[in-house]
Design a protein around this ligand. Structure first.
Ligand code: KG4
Ligand code: ZN
Length: 357
């Protein structure tokens, strides 16, 4: 059976609209339109929520028109209209959610509220090959760093998490202290190409368990960020030039090492031989290379979302919506609002008659 959804994503600083279809056993992207606000936020060194909401409002009508035109499908023929409803910036989420619910009412189409992280998890289905559950996912974005076991029937169990900054947030903050623009990930990756990853030795950031030892699958990036800051301070107080490329390369290397090491340990300890990597930081070339190499050594099969679907986009939201439609979840209530936070393990609540928010 062919099913088609129109999907909207406005949880942070990308306004995105896509039309995705499930046909002949695979997901097909009929259109995928994105307008990034990164340049605007770069002026402020990070995302300004008020600017994000306003820009989503300005861009949304044009992106909708473009996405529908490119898809060749009429809005009254889609099976559902989906929007990210959590987690994210509340004002930003509201733009996508209200637009989707209004269109659903106008065209008499069902509405599906989607959890942004379920969207990231679904992004691997847009690659050439993807595993069957159960498998382990390393979800590394600007807001999240988590190890999630994906079971059948869209069940999610979190096995690891960051206790402070997300990996992407660390890239953004370190870029800022090196005087590099927002978003930090892509620019650190570029600058690091000319640096020596062994020039500086930065800490891997472990999280102590009050009952003794360390949490084996958890992360902490705030100490790493401080270590880079201290290094920059000591070099500049000595009146020397800041070796930006070496600092960027050494930082990128330790982030990659820690993500790979803990993900592989978690997969092995959990008897999962498929490992998936998604989210904005999963676009990082060095991380991808390290993950493939280490996993191969341990006979773990690695699957990654295509790089252009790692960072926020609406095609992944549409893919998650199609999974929900296929799983025969209930549709979302038009009274479903938005929420800055909502656990991924509580995703099913988005399809209840009485919505959780
Ligand atoms: O998934 P995403 O677009 O948004 C969230 O849901 O957070 O991730 C954005 C994050 C930013 O922190 C950005 O610096 C990081 O992903 N990022 C990267 C790369 N591309 C984006 N980090 C490392 N290397 C990259 N190539
Ligand atoms: Zn995201």
């Amino acid at each position: 059976m062919t099913q088609t959804v129109l999907a909207l994503e406005t949880s942070c600083d990308e306004t995105a609209v896509a039309v995705v279809q499930f046909k002949e056993d695979r997901f097909q992207i009929l259109s995928n339109c994105i307008s990034s606000q990164a340049d605007e936020h770069a002026k402020w060194g990070g995302v300004v929520p008020e600017i994000a909401s306003r820009m989503h409002l300005e861009k949304m009508p044009f992106l909708l028109e473009e996405a529908m035109d490119q898809s060749g499908i009429s809005i009254s023929n889609v099976d559902a209209i989906a929007a990210t409803v959590t987690p994210g910036l509340t004002g930003a989420l509201l733009v996508g959610s209200i637009t989707a619910r209004t269109l659903a009412c106008l065209h008499g189409r069902p509405f599906l509220g989607i959890h942004h992280l379920e969207g990231h998890l679904a992004s691997v289905l847009l690659s050439e090959s993807s595993p069957a559950p159960p498998y382990l996912v390393l979800l590394v974005s600007g807001g999240h760093t988590e190890l999630i076991k994906v079971g059948s029937n869209l069940s999610y169990t979190r096995l690891g998490r960051t206790h402070d900054d997300a990996a992407g947030e660390a890239f953004d903050k370190v870029a800022r202290l090196l005087g590099l623009p927002y978003p930090g990930g892509p620019v650190i990756q570029k600058v690091a190409l000319n640096g020596d990853p062994k020039a500086f030795s930065f800490p891997k950031g472990r999280v102590s368990n009050p009952e003794g030892g360390f949490y084996p699958y958890d992360f902490s990036f705030s100490g790493l960020k401080t270590a880079v800051l201290r290094q920059v301070e000591s070099i500049s107080s000595a009146g020397l030039e800041i070796p930006i490329a070496n600092l960027a390369a050494s930082f990128e290397e330790v982030v990659g090492a820690v993500l790979v090491e803990r993900s592989i340990k978690c997969a092995l300890d959990s008897n999962l031989n498929s490992l998936v990597m998604v989210g904005g930081v999963a676009a990082n070339n060095r991380l991808r290379e390290m993950m493939f190499k280490e996993a191969l050594d341990k006979s773990i099969k690695v699957y990654m979302a295509p790089k252009n679907f790692c960072t926020d986009n609406a095609a992944m939201i549409g893919t998650a919506a199609l999974l929900r439609l296929k799983s025969k979840s209930r549709l979302s209530s038009l009274n479903l609002g938005v929420s800055a936070r909502h656990g991924l393990d509580q995703c099913d609540l988005l399809y209840q008659i009485d919505p959780p928010f």
